[in-house]
Design a protein around this ligand. Structure first.
Ligand code: FAQ
Length: 314
């Protein structure tokens, strides 16, 4: 059946559907810009999950007990699974996964700033679970209400799994904060290292965010970067303080009037440097992904050959 509506009519119907809270599904009409924004955001998210396996994966051989090792293996495996759901969600928009992965390996695609920092001690693993997964959940719980069906459904499942990651991280840091002076110091050092990169995960300040307006118009994002960052700060600061840990921000204070914990200035120069490829670990992360891709080539070839055989036999 031909669709003889004008572009304006299609856009009006599309926006009315979003306004009514309906989900947009892969075969539905959508503006090119909606599709482009989703591909950009979902693919960056998928890359973040897969690159995010590296800082924690490095500590699997060094876990201090079998229990911790099993938990960490499960967590890293989950992140790989999240990458899979998200690459699938991106593919539902008509993009080729190989192209997305090539852009990552060529250093052309972005992924979360936070995974370009090194994990120096075991406490970093707990801090990533609590703080980094905590920030990711804050953002993704909002994205579970996103207007694009496959992305919002992927978020529901991912958030459920991330909650387990968050809990194991919080359990670990709580134990160390209440443990020996050395353990407590390890937890504090980890907080000092991850605090600012985790806050940067929410993206640049609203005044510098180029995509927020479009994303919010079409309910891909429901809240701005600064709104989510502030909600997260308000939730997590009292939790760290209750454990006697110090937030590494001399300007942090509570504002009675707004009920907000107000932070000092974020080093946005550092953020832009890191996401443009010049963070402490960007080169190592991409080198590790390239090596994994190269080593997995025979698996992809075998799968391809098997699919061809099945098609011939059918
Ligand atoms: N890192 O205009 P905006 C996880 C870029 S998953 C790198 O404000 P937008 C799980 C942005 O792409 C964590 N780049 O952009 C896990 C844009 O560049 P472009 C990942 C960033 O889209 C836990 C430019 O700056 N989560 O952690 C970042 O409105 C533990 C201008 O920015 C997601 O990806 C950043 N933090 O808002 C795994 C969630 N922020 O594309 C292992 C989905 C901004 O023009 C262990 N994404 N940029 O070249 C989003 O919610 C949004 O895309 C934001 C950015 C909030 C990230």
């Amino acid at each position: 059946m031909t669709d003889d509506r004008t572009y304006e009519e299609k856009l009006a119907e599309f926006e009315a559907r979003i306004e009514r809270g309906e989900k947009i599904e892969p075969g539905d009409w959508m503006p090119d810009e909606y599709r482009r924004q989703l591909i950009r955001m979902i693919s960056q998210h998928a890359h973040s999950e897969v690159v995010g396996m590296l800082p924690e994966g490095a500590w699997i051989p060094h876990a201090p007990s079998l229990r911790r090792k099993m938990i960490l293996i499960a967590k890293v495996q989950d992140e790989g699974g999240h990458g899979q759901y998200l690459y699938h969600a991106a593919e539902s928009l008509g993009v080729d996964r190989e192209e997305l992965i090539e852009a990552l390996l060529a250093g052309k695609a972005k992924y979360s700033n936070v995974f370009n920092y090194p994990t120096l001690t075991w406490a970093d693993i707990g801090m990533i679970g609590w703080l980094v997964d905590g920030a990711a959940i804050k953002n993704q719980t909002m994205l579970a209400h996103s207007s694009y069906g496959p992305y919002s459904r992927a978020m529901v499942r991912i958030c459920a799994e991330e909650t387990f990651h968050y809990k194991q991280g919080k359990e670990m840091i709580t134990l160390y904060a209440k443990g020996t002076p050395e353990q407590r110091q390890m937890a504090q050092d980890a907080l000092n290292r991850w605090w600012w990169p985790a806050l940067m995960m929410f993206g640049p300040p609203d005044s510098q965010s180029i995509h927020t307006e479009t994303l919010m118009r079409w309910k891909i994002k429901i809240k701005t970067n600064d709104q989510l960052r502030q909600e997260f700060i308000n939730e997590i600061v009292p939790e760290f303080l209750a454990l006697g840990l110090e937030i590494p921000d001399p300007d942090l204070h509570y504002d009675e009037e707004t009920g907000n914990w107000v932070i000092g200035e974020i080093d946005w120069d550092e953020f832009w440097r890191v996401i443009r490829g010049n963070g402490p670990m960007n080169r190592d992360r991409l080198a590790a992904r390239r090596e994994a891709h190269e080593k997995g080539k025979w698996v992809r070839e075998a799968l391809e050959a098997y699919a061809q055989r099945q098609a011939q036999a059918a």
